[in-house]
Design a binder for this molecule. Structure first.
Ligand code: ZN
Ligand code: ZN
Length: 453
């Protein structure tokens, strides 16, 4: 940190990038070594920045550098102009696309084809979509949840962005704010780089751990799914699915643990209306964090008992990036849907229950890899206001979110879809009661033939 008056000699000073009006950052290239240095100017004699402000600066800096790197043959002198362009609504689609998806040159053809579909979000415009390329529409037009199955009309939905376009959820979502307001690939990567920077000196973390919590009824233990030559139990089935979904990372299941009630580590309550026991998810995060092995990237608890976040009635699943921990339950109770006279507890693991588990566990784990809710497309990472809504959302990620996951896990896009197809074919055959698995396979068929074409 230097004063404004400090002179840096023998180096070329490039235009200053102003970061959030507090500090100025200057990228300086040393002419003899070609090294790039960063000078952060403490403007207006502000007090020394605190840790959060430094993190914020670094994050923004990584973002800027990523933008610079993303431009071929562009000298640093153009940084400022480029940044300004991005902030204008009518910036060129190419620049926006790179901001949304990142650079694709080094990826295999099939992956480039898929990620290029992300452009559809930019070209659809801010009115209702639908005028897109045929390829795109046919790919992302599988999920047509019947209106009667929806529990909330668009007006009742809390999330404004999706609510606007809920009649056409199969199309790119309507733009509601400039691109940089949402988590694009470049923004996600800047945050991830910062995270990874801190763990440089720690053992490499590449395992995802599943942690069964407390007891499960007998029919959960006796569940069995045939997958090729194997017979998988319920947790093994979830683990196998996640292994394919997060292909490139290792997914492992830890031995079950029991919460010791006498220690009062995790608050429990009996919900006054449903009269069912619930665990407080906010207490589960530190509980799970303590169980995360050293080589663990993150940990996800699964409990038979429903969970609730502080101050709320119910949640199907939640994640805390800070704790590297998430938790999902079987989600039987949603307060607003509860009707004591018609209520029947889960008595077997059918297709609907399995769908719920696969859907919520993959969604929450994506959060732990830094993915925020998706506002670009109909996508597995869309925000949901109810369990019903969450269950109607796709199992698969849109091109923007998939790009983030691909970068985090390092998988080959086509190979992963082929593995998902293999696995879900087995599930769909043995769980014919759940139509959503069939729909997934139809989508995968289309997608795979598009990638191969
Ligand atoms: Zn979420
Ligand atoms: Zn998405």
């Amino acid at each position: 940190f230097l004063d404004d008056s400090t002179k840096v000699t023998n180096e070329v000073l490039h235009p200053t990038i102003t970061i959030n009006f507090r500090y100025n950052i200057q990228l300086i290239r040393n002419l003899s070594t070609q090294e790039l240095s960063v000078v952060i100017y403490n403007q207006n004699n502000l007090s020394q920045p605190n840790e959060i402000q430094i993190l914020d600066l670094l994050l923004n800096l990584l973002l800027q550098i990523d933008l610079v790197m993303g431009q071929n043959n562009t000298s640093l002198d153009h940084v400022e102009g480029h940044t300004e362009n991005l902030q204008e609504q009518n910036a060129s689609t190419e620049n926006d696309f790179q901001f949304l998806i990142g650079r694709l040159e080094d990826l295999p053809n099939s992956a480039r084809r898929l990620f290029s579909l992300g452009k559809q979000y930019l070209t659809t415009g801010s009115k209702d979509g639908g005028a897109g390329e045929d390829n795109f529409c046919s790919l992302f037009k599988v999920y047509h949840p019947p209106q009667t199955a929806r529990e909330h009309s668009p007006d009742e939905q809390g999330s404004s962005v999706q609510g606007v376009n809920s009649g056409m959820l199969d199309t790119p979502l309507r733009k509601s704010a400039p691109l940089h307001h949402f988590q694009t690939f470049v923004q996600w990567k800047a945050a991830q780089d910062l995270n990874n920077f801190y763990s440089l000196c720690l053992p490499k973390r590449q395992n995802i751990y599943l942690q069964p919590i407390n007891a499960f009824p007998e029919f959960v233990h006796s569940f069995s799914l045939k997958s090729q030559s194997l017979e998988l139990g319920l947790f093994e089935t979830v683990q196998a699915f996640l292994q394919v979904f997060f292909c490139g990372l290792e997914v492992l299941t830890l031995p079950p643990v029991t919460i010791d009630d006498t220690k009062e580590e995790v608050r429990t309550r009996v919900h006054p209306v449903t009269e069912n026991q619930q665990l407080c998810v906010n207490d589960l995060y530190p509980f799970l964090q303590r169980l995360l092995p050293l080589n663990g990237l993150c940990i996800m608890g699964i409990s038979w008992t429903d969970i609730y976040p502080e101050g709320h009635n119910f949640t199907l699943g939640e994640a805390s990036v800070q704790h590297r921990a998430a938790s999902v339950s079987f989600g039987r109770f949603e307060f607003k849907d509860f009707n004591a006279s018609t209520y029947k507890d889960i008595e077997q693991i059918d297709g609907a229950v399995l769908w719920k588990l696969l859907k919520s566990s993959s969604h929450e784990l994506c959060h732990l890899l830094g993915l925020q809710h998706c506002t670009f497309f109909q996508c597995a990472m869309n925000e949901s206001a109810s369990v019903g809504e969450a269950m109607d959302q796709p199992l698969f990620l849109c091109p923007v979110c998939l790009r983030k996951l691909q970068k985090a896990c390092g998988f080959d896009v086509l190979e992963r879809y082929l593995l998902l197809q293999k696995f879900l074919t087995g599930v769909a055959d043995q769980m014919p009661d759940e139509i959503k698995f069939q729909e997934c396979l139809k989508w995968l068929d289309k997608c795979i033939s598009y990638l191969n074409s």
